[in-house]
Design a protein around this ligand. Structure first.
Ligand code: FBP
Length: 265
């Protein structure tokens, strides 16, 4: 990792990355709770919220929508991604080069690594190309570090998430995104293992306001520098409200109940 390489997708060293690659990763079913979010324009509008430090999308969505938002939104371009229409060991084909990401105006690139998958060797080699390409264009590198597959028994255990965080440091990510391991202590261990690589929490499936914000606050207390979140924002009836609350929790380190009061004010 390089010091400050994530500055373009951070604010005061912290990040709130709005993730919107779900149409590829999970399919249209993720838009059912709030159908207007199937329209990428709605997400680009949400990404102009002060709380959001970057929007993570795939190449096709960036090509179609980013030209209208390049002054107002920081772009984190995913370089690989997969649908869940097929079965087999976890893998994520590369669909974009770092060079093309730079051409599209990206501030940083994102790359999923499934450590523990039988495809890990190829994925790590592909990450090398993504990482070194990003460096040539002064872009930050965010690793979605999601151990899963035959080599992994429990993908959210303390040991697995610490290892996931460490992979980010060892392979050169500036920011590593990991699943929430279930407790502040476990998150603290992941942060310790990542060293200078910043750790952000993955949002995960939808939960109620208090439970979600409590996980985020605990992660921040444990040393995480923010989160990368999709469903827990765009599946809500009022995504702006939870972004207001997240802004207070992540950047002001306000307790969840107070953050919700601020959002409702
Ligand atoms: P969520 O906050 O909705 O979990 O989004 C974060 C993310 O990493 C997305 O970028 C990605 O599409 C999704 O989770 C993948 O989740 P999973 O691998 O668990 O299906």
């Amino acid at each position: 990792m390089l010091p400050h390489a994530d500055d373009a997708i951070s604010r005061d060293g912290k990040s709130l990355i709005l993730a919107y690659d779900h149409g590829l990763e999970h399919g249209p079913v993720d838009f059912d709770p709030n159908p207007e979010t199937s329209d990428p324009e709605r997400l680009f509008e949400l990404a102009t919220h002060d709380a959001v430090t970057a929007l993570a999308v795939q190449k096709g969505i960036a090509e179609a929508y980013y030209p209208d938002y390049e002054d107002d939104v920081n772009l984190l371009l995913k370089l690989n991604g997969t649908s869940n229409l097929w079965m087999g060991e976890p893998d994520s084909p590369v669909n974009c080069s770092a060079e093309y990401a730079a051409d599209l105006g990206a501030d940083a690139v994102g790359f999923t690594l499934y450590g523990g998958s039988n495809c890990e060797v190829e994925m790590a080699e592909e990450f090398k190309a993504a990482h070194e390409g990003a460096r040539e264009h002064d872009m930050g590198v965010v690793m979605w570090s999601y151990p899963r597959g035959q080599g992994v028994k429990n993908d959210t255990s303390t040991e697995t998430i610490s290892y996931a965080a460490r992979l980010g440091l060892e392979l050169g990510a500036d920011v590593v995104k990991v699943k929430y391991p279930g407790s502040a202590e476990a998150m603290g261990e992941a942060v310790r293992m990542a060293g200078p690589t910043k750790v952000v929490m993955s949002g995960g499936t939808m939960r109620d306001d208090e439970a979600f914000l409590r996980n985020v606050a605990d992660a921040i207390d444990a040393g995480a520098t923010g989160l990368a979140v999709g469903r827990n924002v765009f599946q809500r009836d009022d995504p702006e409200r939870i972004l207001d609350a997240l802004e207070a929790v992540v950047f002001e380190e306000v307790e969840p109940d107070e953050a919700l009061a601020i959002a409702d004010d």
